[in-house]
Ligand binder design. Structure first.
Ligand SMILES: Cc1cc2nc3c(=O)[nH]c(=O)nc-3n(C[C@H](O)[C@H](O)[C@H](O)COP(=O)(O)OP(=O)(O)OC[C@H]3O[C@@H](n4cnc5c(N)ncnc54)[C@H](O)[C@@H]3O)c2cc1C
Length: 416
């Protein structure tokens, strides 16, 4: 079987790997000059097994409160964009407690599968991705939020993830680099087994291994169109006019999947969610954390990759334009500096933005479409690194018609 995978982000590369392993002939077509140069380039690196979807009961209120505030953690640039409005209404419908719980459970199951597979692949292929196994501290400002985190701790325990609630002193004892910022926080939830690692480094290494095992990568090559004849996907047409024939096509082009699908009349419920990151060299500073840190209130995630410190997060719904807002970029850097005043060489900060492929319910789209031979593996939103390797296993089993490793129903594209 010959399969074309569109997109060499972490999701497309992981899929190519799993499909090759299952015995297929794979061609990956990627518009950029190498793997992981778009959204998988400089994300926060959290293998966030404990994270749920962004659509949550407290989000509608926050969105209203933050409207028009340029550096808000969540920002919607209101404008006449029917796609945004349609997507936004579906997103709001997923903010009920019940929907949130259901979505979190489905995502948690896929995340656990994915976490195990990521670790397995890292070991098997000796991938060096600056993994940090010191654990993750989720910080809470408000004592009520800290008390409410007990619920999260219990949910995690049910998932088999041990987490411990710490008061402010316990938090600083665990991570002394938080001392300067401690008076802004009531405490933290500490997950000892959580990991962070460099998504880009992992993707590059996996792509190199995949290539060694026969996967063909065509970089600097844009897919103009997915070819469909007789109701069946037959391959792709490239921007230069060349046609690449295939028995199946996997669309893993992140937020840009929407455009290719639309040409076939398929409306994917994905909207680009811009996020920001800032990376600084630690450069011998004494105040860099050993642990990864999440600030729930600011929606930012901090990770240490060897001698680099990165903060990433926030969400801006503003279409496909990747241009950073100077105010949001500056606020991201400032959040890192306030957390860890002596954490790195802030004069050498590298700024980045990426567009997350966001679905309204936070669950990716993995599986068959109404067009035979056209498969989706996209819409991983804020959790593409966490979910990529598990999604690849799920996709490969569905494509082969073998029993999936977890229930595939929550991720079926047909749910929309
Ligand atoms: C600020 C930020 C922080 C994040 N932090 C985390 C985190 O801590 N943990 C986590 O799990 N996730 C995180 N994410 C999310 C994660 O980065 C994404 O979910 C993931 O990178 C999506 O991967 P992808 O392969 O689907 O998309 P991409 O990496 O964008 O890959 C899609 C590829 O398709 C290619 N393409 C598009 N159109 C075409 C075409 N027509 N022809 C050929 N190629 C095409 C693009 O060039 C691109 O390379 C974060 C995201 C952001 C923005």
């Amino acid at each position: 079987m010959r399969i074309v995978v569109i997109g060499a982000g972490v999701v497309g590369v992981a899929a190519a790997w799993a499909l090759r392993r299952a015995g297929a002939e794979i061609i990956v077509v990627e518009a950029r000059e190498g793997p992981a140069l778009e959204t998988s380039f400089a994300n926060a690196g959290h293998l966030a097994v404990a994270s749920g979807p962004w659509a949550a009961p407290d989000v509608p209120g926050k969105l209203l409160r933050w409207l028009g505030q340029e550096d808000a953690p969540l920002l919607v640039r209101l404008r006449w964009d029917p796609t945004l409005w349609r997507w936004g209404l579906r997103f709001l419908a997923n903010c009920t407690a019940r929907a949130h719980e259901e979505n979190a459970r489905a995502i948690g199951t896929l995340a656990q599968l994915s976490f195990n597979e990521t670790i397995r692949l890292r070991g098997e292929l000796a991938i060096a991705d600056d993994v940090n196994r010191e654990g993750v501290l989720t910080l809470y400002r408000d004592p009520r939020a800290l008390a409410a985190a007990e619920k999260k701790r219990d949910r995690l325990a049910a998932q088999g993830i041990a987490a411990e609630l710490l008061d402010r002193n316990g938090m600083v004892a665990r991570e002394p680099a938080l001392a300067a910022a401690a008076d802004r926080y009531a405490g933290a939830l500490f997950a000892a087994d959580a990991e962070t690692a460099d998504c880009r480094a992992f993707t590059l290494a996996l792509a190199a291994e995949a290539e060694r095992r026969g996967v063909v990568f065509r970089f600097r090559t844009r897919v103009a169109e997915i070819l469909v004849e007789g109701g069946r996907a037959r391959g792709v047409a490239l921007a230069g006019g060349e046609r690449v024939a295939a028995d199946a096509v996997v669309l893993a082009a992140g937020p840009w999947s929407v455009r290719l699908a639309l040409r076939l009349g398929l409306r994917l419920p994905i909207y680009p969610g811009k996020g920001y990151s800032v990376t600084v060299p630690i450069a011998g500073r004494n105040g860099a954390p050993r642990h990864a840190v999440i600030d729930e209130a600011d929606k930012v995630y901090v990770a240490r990759f060897g001698e680099r410190l990165r903060i990433a997060g926030t969400l801006e719904l503003a279409g496909f334009d990747p241009t950073p807002s100077p105010a949001r970029a500056a606020a991201t850097l400032e959040r890192l500096r306030r957390l860890f005043p002596d954490g790195g060489d802030y004069a050498r900060a590298e700024h980045w933005t990426g567009l997350r492929p966001m679905t309204p319910d936070g669950r990716p789209l993995i599986g068959a479409t109404s067009i035979r031979g056209l498969w989706l593996n996209t819409g991983h939103g804020p959790l593409g690194w966490t979910l990529a390797c598990g999604s690849a296993l799920l996709l490969a089993s569905l494509l082969a018609g073998s029993p999936p490793p977890i229930d595939a129903t929550p991720f079926a594209p047909s749910r929309f």
